[in-house]
Design a protein around this ligand. Structure first.
Ligand SMILES: CC(C)(COP(=O)(O)OP(=O)(O)OC[C@H]1O[C@@H](n2cnc3c(N)ncnc32)[C@H](O)[C@@H]1OP(=O)(O)O)[C@@H](O)C(=O)NCCC(=O)NCCS
Length: 220
């Protein structure tokens, strides 16, 4: 089945200076994924901290979730799929993000049957791969938000295909899945325990340079 590809670049403007990140906001960065993307992520995170990227200190939780040691109030999460890397940054609230490529070869009916809740598997049965990846990315974004990862068990909770913000219950704490502006050929989701969120999305201008690329607006 052919999956729809959206072309909407305007929703991802290039910022002209390091953005201020306020409580109740989430910043999502769309970066090209290549050998330099780890450096670009460090540069952006260091931009929030107003330090040189080399001074950035990242630690990992028991299940591998990265955290910023320099300033524990600043949270971030990354996801990559083929040529795209998404970086989400928030202040005070944990965050999880996921991006999936629609052209990934997956026996999605089988995967849904095995790993999704019965309600989600039924939604996939009645639709195509776009529905599968929408549910998958919502589930994975949530599992990355709480830091558990996939090992937690994908069928221990359910998400919906409702447009807009949708809730997930986590141990009494409501989490919310937020849609992101479309990226051609991708499906993505953002999860955090905030319902009324100011979402700002950026796509930095990237210039080719000898030995890689550089995110222009956020040099440290
Ligand atoms: C986290 C996980 C869902 C990532 O899945 P994926 O589809 O391969 O990858 P994505 O591109 O979406 O995300 C990868 C990024 O997620 C982040 N990440 C890793 N573990 C994470 C976790 N537990 N929670 C949140 N984010 C995590 C990392 O930044 C990683 O990127 P990096 O390694 O380049 O820094 C999956 O690897 C997982 O479930 N890990 C948990 C493994 C686990 O339980 N280990 C137990 C060790 S005892």
């Amino acid at each position: 089945m052919e999956c729809r590809v959206n072309e909407d670049w305007a929703a991802w403007p290039a910022p002209d200076r390091p953005p201020q990140l306020l409580s109740g906001e989430a910043h999502v960065w769309w970066l090209p994924r290549d050998a330099s993307s780890r450096g670009a992520v460090d540069t952006i995170l260091a931009g929030y901290l107003e330090i040189a990227a080399i001074r950035l200190k990242i630690s990992r939780g028991v299940r591998g979730k990265p955290a910023i040691e320099n300033d524990p109030s600043l949270h971030y999460n990354v996801s990559h799929s083929r040529d795209v890397l998404l970086l989400a940054v928030t202040r005070f609230e944990a965050v999880g993000i996921d991006v999936e490529s629609l052209d990934r070869r997956v026996d999605y009916q089988r995967v849904a049957q095995r790993f999704f809740s019965p309600a989600e598997a039924a939604l996939v049965r009645g639709g195509g791969c776009e529905r599968f990846f929408t549910i998958w990315s919502r589930k994975e974004a949530f599992l990355k938000g709480i830091g558990e990862g996939i090992a937690f068990g994908m069928n221990r909770f359910s998400v919906t295909l409702e447009p807009g913000v949708s809730p997930v219950d986590w141990d009494g704490t409501p989490w919310f899945l937020h849609p992101l502006p479309p990226i051609p050929g991708k499906i993505s989701a953002l999860a955090l325990p905030v319902e009324r969120l100011r979402l700002r999305c950026f796509r930095p201008v990237v210039q080719s340079r000898e030995g890689g690329v550089e995110c222009v607006p956020l040099q440290s």
